[in-house]
Design a protein around this ligand. Structure first.
Ligand SMILES: C[S@@+](CC[C@H](N)C(=O)[O-])C[C@H]1O[C@@H](n2cnc3c(N)ncnc32)[C@H](O)[C@@H]1O
Length: 261
């Protein structure tokens, strides 16, 4: 616990007192850990947080997510936008119009793809998540191009439908027996020619959750019955290091023109 009396090296307090170069030296000098020791320590901390988060979710099915946000037990939160989504936005590969990010958490993805040609709605069931998203985005110059809504994805009925829905770590967060309902809701929220983009994670074989394990077949199983077919499936080469090899990008549309063939 040698660092316990110090502010986190990423905290504003630490950033403000030491320039970057000295901060690095400071951290290096304060520890005799080898990189391997330090890595395994981080893994232990991450696993402990994951266990605490899962216990909280299972102990309170109504407010569990909100409690996690309140307690800062958010091991999934990248603290920045999802790199592959930013790439798709920057390369003009995302539909314009109205976009939805269900289970948006702290809202980085919402703000990242909001622009004059695309209004983005970030939706989350947790008051604390929405408050955090509002606070983090308060300095954004794009405020008129995004909205945060505190509501339950499964019961929400907006006045207007969407051209794009982006799901990342929401499908794996919900109970697996809700996946068919998730697909129905996606189908009801998208315009007939709208696009669903899923960043499927975690593609592995672990037991329990959240996050619950997912596979492309899991998405197909619930999306095919509501008319969606994959137009693109590929490994996410832009995944962050700990998730590399366990993420697949999927793009889905309804095959509305099949009957005219
Ligand atoms: C694993 S987190 C992912 C957050 C964000 N997508 C990210 O990648 O950082 C899942 C999010 O879904 C939210 N959530 C869970 N159930 C929900 C529901 N029924 N409706 C809306 N949001 C929900 C949680 O509050 C949480 O913020």
């Amino acid at each position: 616990m040698r660092f316990s009396i110090l502010p986190s090296y990423n905290s504003p307090a630490f950033r403000s007192v030491l320039p970057y170069y000295h901060r690095k030296r400071f951290i290096k000098n304060m520890t005799t850990e080898t990189p391997n020791e330090s890595e395994s320590r981080s893994t232990v901390i991450a696993n402990t947080k994951l266990t605490q988060f899962q216990q909280l979710i299972h102990s309170d099915s109504t407010n569990g997510w909100d409690e996690c946000w309140k307690e800062g037990l958010t091991p999934w939160d990248l603290g920045k936008p999802t790199p592959v989504l930013v790439h798709l936005h920057n390369t003009g590969s995302l539909p314009k119009g109205r976009a939805l990010v269900p289970g948006c958490g702290s809202g980085h993805d919402v703000v990242a793809i909001a622009c004059g040609e695309r209004h983005v709605v970030g939706l989350d069931i947790s008051d604390n998540a929405i408050e955090k998203a509002a606070e983090l985005s308060s300095v954004s110059t794009k405020a008129e191009h995004f909205t945060f809504v505190k509501t339950d994805f499964f019961t929400w009925c907006p006045a207007e439908l969407f051209d794009l829905i982006f799901d990342y770590t929401f499908f794996c967060a919900i109970e697996p027996d809700l996946r068919s309902l998730w697909a129905e809701k996606i189908s009801n929220l998208l315009k007939p020619d709208g696009e669903l983009i899923t960043l499927m994670y975690p593609i592995d074989n672990h037991e329990g959750g959240p996050p619950y394990k997912v596979s492309v077949a899991d998405y197909e199983e619930v999306l095919h019955p509501v008319g969606f077919k994959a137009t693109y499936i590929a490994q996410n080469e832009l995944a962050i290091a700990p998730r590399m090899g366990r993420e697949i990008l999927g793009r889905w549309r309804r095959s509305i023109r099949e009957s005219s063939l």
